[in-house]
Design a protein around this ligand. Structure first.
Ligand SMILES: [Fe+2]
Length: 261
């Protein structure tokens, strides 16, 4: 069982920080508070599987703190720009990293832990990590990025299918149930992650979600994603009767089965 003494103190700091933004009156911010709690829980589950016996406990502590604080930049971002799009506002990883210092969130922690948390918060939203990132910094950052993706996948899947369906969340792509883009499918089969800007149809968005399976760092994260059932749900939404898509679906199903081994 992963434990982290004194995490309650940080959860209280996070709660008093978010209270300033009146999240109960703004559904998009309430979503971020819930997302944070779930990312923290996902990070615990990843660490339970991936933390090697005898691992430095400070790494586990840093990973949990980084999961808790990874999205603090979202709150001032939304207050000032009314959006979660970094492209039209601010890099929320960079802003979060600055806030860690300005709000003294990490006061009382060892400098070793503080540095790891700052690095992971700063890098958590990068499309690609710097090639030189390795060792402890890489491990803590990977835990947070995987935990973040696992919960974002849940949010996206729920918005595609659930009562909470929102066009903003699926980026205003065209909802034409039979259409999908061959170039997007080819990228996903090749183990690549298509960019948001290249999506045309809701089915392209489904293919993008499936591609996240390749983008997770830890085997246990892939397993958690498959076991969540959301991947199957997203795949089932693709046009099953389209014979051109059949080979693609077969390859994707095989990749999903491999993740369970
Ligand atoms: Fe984030």
């Amino acid at each position: 069982m992963i434990d982290c003494n004194g995490l309650e103190l940080h959860e209280a700091r996070f709660a008093s920080f978010t209270a300033c933004y009146h999240c109960e009156e703004e559904p998009m911010l309430a979503l971020k508070v819930e997302h944070t709690q779930r990312v923290l829980e996902c990070a615990r589950r990843i660490l339970e599987k991936e933390a090697a016996p005898g691992m430095d406990q400070r790494l586990i502590r840093a990973a949990l703190l980084a999961a808790l604080y990874h999205d603090v930049g979202r709150f001032p971002q939304f207050e000032r720009w009314h959006t979660f799009s970094d492209a039209v506002s601010v890099n929320h990883g960079l802003l979060g990293c600055a806030l860690l210092k300005r709000r003294a969130f990490l006061e009382g922690e060892e400098p070793f832990v503080q540095r790891l948390v700052r690095v992971a918060v700063y890098l958590h939203n990068r499309h690609h990590l710097p090639a030189h990132l390795e060792g402890n910094e890489r491990f803590v950052t990977d835990v947070v990025r995987d935990a973040d993706k696992l919960d974002i996948f849940r949010i996206m899947a729920e918005h595609l299918y659930g009562a909470q369906k929102k066009e903003d969340v699926v980026l205003r792509v065209r909802d034409e149930p039979e259409k999908w883009s061959g170039d997007i499918a080819a990228q996903v089969v090749a183990g690549q992650v298509p960019s948001y800007s290249s999506l045309r149809y809701v089915n392209d968005f489904r293919l993008l979600l499936v591609s996240w399976l390749h983008d997770l760092s830890f085997a246990c994260s892939k397993k958690l994603l498959v076991e969540s059932g959301y991947l199957d749900q997203v795949l089932a939404g693709l046009p099953q009767q389209d014979t051109r898509l059949a080979p693609v679906l077969e390859i994707l199903r095989r990749q999903i089965a491999e993740a369970l081994q």
